[in-house]
Design a protein around this ligand. Structure first.
Ligand SMILES: [Zn+2]
Length: 312
């Protein structure tokens, strides 16, 4: 079968390659990456049917950690996990979910993250922060209307304060807890990431605002899923061609967590964590959703990644 690209995709490839040439990032062979991805490209988009809603999947590198920190009570063996984040292009305004690690982590991880680096060592190149990656796909940061925070842990808080026109959406409980976490969760919150002046926050209130429909069109729903952290939330994205995609984020770290075989290594309530998975399973079944877990290295490989590809 001959693969046909949409003109807009080809223009995007060319733009990315051009940008990389200008930046002289020889270590980052985007051209090779594109060639490789083209081999596997199976467009699920018929030209002309796009509604303008697109979901892009990104990562700010990886974290080198131990299995036990991801799957509770498991071994001390090395385990490397991706740090995913997302962009949704929407006619009513673009939406970023999380944003991965802060840019400062790629400059000096010890200065920004402190002692947590011993347990979770970030592998993040300078161009892998969310702002640089968005500019690679031609995204204007001024067009980002919302930054949705699943929770405020350090590998999710890198986008806060970097979008001048954005409203930052988080659970009220999570925001409060981040300023005053329990001893065992302290290292997971980096106050400089979220304690910034002039941020426009929008606080959701657990069960009272559950299944919050961001644009009122069913395309982005925010689901309260506590357990891993007190105010964690997950996202159900409904796309016209792809169908539903459930971004569990850290309500299910890995497919083992999703399948009730492991609890996350960091948890504030095991009971809530288990109920949140059960709740999301119901949502996934009702919507026949594709499941995207928070940090599963094997599952993450199976999804199409930005800058080349998106789901629509
Ligand atoms: Zn987390």
């Amino acid at each position: 079968m001959t693969i046909k690209y949409k003109k807009s995709d080809l223009e995007q490839f060319a733009k990315i390659i051009e940008n990389k040439k200008v930046e002289k990032k020889d270590n980052y062979s985007i051209k090779e990456a594109i060639q490789e991805s083209k081999k596997n490209y199976s467009p699920n988009i018929t030209p002309g049917t796009s509604s303008g809603i697109k979901l892009y999947m990104f990562q700010t590198g990886t974290l080198k950690t131990k299995l036990k920190y991801i799957k509770m009570n498991q071994s001390n063996e090395d385990f490397e996990i991706p740090v995913p984040w997302f962009l949704i292009k929407h006619p009513k305004g673009d939406v970023v979910i999380d944003g991965g690690n802060a840019k400062e982590v790629s400059v000096d991880m010890h200065a920004h993250w402190g002692s947590v680096v011993a347990a979770y060592e970030p592998v993040m190149a300078k161009h892998e922060n969310c702002i640089d990656q968005l500019s690679n796909i031609g995204q204007n940061i001024n067009d980002v209307r919302y930054l949705l925070q699943s929770h405020l842990h350090l590998d999710h808080s890198g986008g806060i304060g970097r979008f001048p026109n954005a409203t930052y959406v988080v659970q009220k409980k999570e925001h409060e807890y981040a300023y005053n976490p329990d001893w065992f969760a302290k290292a997971a919150y980096i106050r400089q990431d979220f304690d910034k002046p002039n941020l426009k926050w929008h606080f959701l209130e657990d069960k009272k605002t559950d299944f919050y429909d961001l644009y009122g069109d069913g395309s982005i729903k925010i689901i309260f899923t506590p357990g891993h952290s007190p105010g964690h939330q997950s996202f159900l994205i409904n796309l016209p061609n792809t169908g539903s995609v459930l971004l569990t984020i850290d309500a299910a770290y890995t497919m083992d967590h999703w399948n009730d075989k492991a609890l996350p290594g960091l948890v504030c309530s095991s009971v809530d964590s288990a109920s949140s998975v059960a709740k999301l399973k119901k949502v996934a079944a009702e919507n026949k959703a594709i499941i995207v877990t928070g940090h599963d290295p094997d599952a993450w490989k199976t999804f199409k990644k930005a800058p080349m590809f998106y789901y629509d």
